[in-house]
Design a protein around this ligand. Structure first.
Ligand code: MRU
Length: 343
């Protein structure tokens, strides 16, 4: 496996180093997290973000917390780890990768109860967290290989938000095909929607593609529709935070509009996500919880208020795109075409 284009998270043994994504692109700040509360804070404030990375960070947070209490009696150890799992799960509601990873960690904790050895269970929790990380690397590579077959020489790809290496263990989901196509020598360029309010497209997608030497142009979210209507886009790739069994999916606010425009203009619209993003317990997208974030993210830009004082702002962080707007869903298991029956 070739080296991932970025390393947003690294296990240091007892602690974890992350790129603080709030500081990009002005600064590449690394922060070390050494207790579960710090992981929860990093996830809540989007220092680490993107569905797969949230799951990996939470799993590593549990493993770090387990290591801190490994010399304690079993009851104390178990209570501390269970509390960490609960606190991490409460950070963000939409990306199912978070609860998917935490259920895996919980199963390891439960299995340790019979032996009641905190040190051994802490070791098993570390192994599981690293397994989740490595599996995500593999899934990203596979998604990249499958998706790259859809990118023809000279194509322009449009994407929304950041579903690149920074949102995962390092290869990305929607951007993984772009990396693989580029490495195969396919000439391509990317249009990145800026993605208001937190600008993940302008700040993060543009940053990582520029680092990789891939041509990227940032547009205002409202300009994406003109790009699609005027024949400037050949294919759309987006990521997902949760996919229902019927193929409806949640992704960053604004994705639904991109899907509508792509459909209206005959541009193929693909979703790329690892199987950890599929919620087999949900049949349709209307069951997906939508995170509502602080209105201040909308009323201010870089700390300056841009909305009159006293005016409220709504800030849903995700929207639901119905499956009938989706050309195909790429997971590590293959490319699925409608009608979808995922799971
Ligand atoms: O709020 P964020 O930055 O965590 O939202 C991220 C997205 O919506 C991504 O598109 C999604 O998680 C897919 S990441 C591979």
């Amino acid at each position: 496996m070739r080296e991932p284009p970025v390393k947003p998270i690294e296990w240091l043994g007892g602690s974890v180093r992350i790129i603080d994504q709030r500081d990009l692109p002005q600064a590449e700040t690394h922060v070390v997290l050494s207790e579960a509360a710090e992981f929860a804070d990093a996830i809540r404030t989007l220092a680490v973000r993107g569905a797969p990375l949230i799951g990996i960070a939470a799993a590593m947070g549990v493993a770090v917390e387990a290591g801190r209490w490994a010399a304690s009696p079993w009851d104390v150890f178990e209570a501390k780890v269970a509390r960490a799992i609960g606190d991490l799960e409460a950070t963000r509601p939409t990306a199912v990768n978070l609860s998917w990873a935490l259920r895996r960690m919980e199963r390891v904790l439960d299995a340790g109860r019979a032996r009641a050895s905190p040190a051994k269970t802490a070791g098993s929790l570390e192994d599981e967290a690293l397994r989740i990380y490595r599996e995500d690397l593999d899934m990203g590579c596979r998604i990249g290989e499958i998706g790259a077959d859809l990118i023809e020489d000279g194509f322009t790809v449009l994407t929304h938000c950041n579903a690149g290496g920074l949102a995962t263990s390092g290869y990305g989901t929607a951007i993984a095909p772009v990396y693989v196509a580029h490495s195969r020598g396919t000439r391509l360029s990317v249009i990145a929607d800026e993605t208001r309010p937190l600008l993940q497209g302008a700040r993060l997608t543009a940053w990582e593609l520029k680092h990789a030497g891939i041509d990227v142009t940032v547009v205002c979210d409202s300009a994406a529709h003109l790009m699609l209507a005027s024949g400037k886009v050949d294919i759309v790739f987006v990521g997902a935070d949760r996919i229902a069994s019927n193929g409806d999916f949640a992704n960053k606010i604004g994705t639904y509009g991109v899907a509508l425009s792509a459909g209206a203009n005959g541009v193929p619209f693909y979703v790329a996500a690892p199987s950890s993003t599929i919620d087999v317990g949900i049949m349709t997208g209307d069951r997906i919880p939508i995170e509502e974030r602080d209105g201040e993210e909308v009323t201010t830009i870089a700390g300056t208020r841009v909305v009159p004082e006293g005016v409220k702002a709504a800030n849903p962080a995700f929207d639901i795109t119905p499956a009938d707007l989706v050309t195909g869903i790429i997971t590590e298991r293959g490319l699925f075409r409608p009608p979808f029956e995922i799971g």
